[in-house]
Design a protein around this ligand. Structure first.
Ligand SMILES: [Ca+2]
Ligand SMILES: [Ca+2]
Length: 83
């Protein structure tokens, strides 16, 4: 597997793990997102409110974060941090 494929697989696995907690693994609720931030990021993640973070992720404002929104956000973050 290439590094990119590996990274994508990992992203998808992480998304599925947390998004599936309420039985709907296609979308992530605010509760699921905040659990992911607590577990996956050092120091519980950015100190910004989960609310702010969630609305940044929820591009189409339907109240949940789907995998596409999740990936676009992570990609944007990677571009900001690594370029
Ligand atoms: Ca869910
Ligand atoms: Ca959404």
């Amino acid at each position: 597997m290439s590094g990119v494929v590996q990274a994508m697989t990992l992203l998808k696995a992480t998304f599925d793990e947390y998004a599936g907690k309420d039985g709907d693994e296609d979308t992530m609720t605010k509760a699921e997102l905040s659990e992911m931030l607590r577990n996956e990021l050092p120091e519980g993640g950015p100190k910004a409110e989960v609310d702010d973070f969630f609305s940044m992720l929820d591009n189409d404002k339907d109240g949940v974060v789907d995998f596409k929104e999740f990936v676009s956000f992570v990609t944007a973050l990677a571009v900001m941090c690594c370029s």
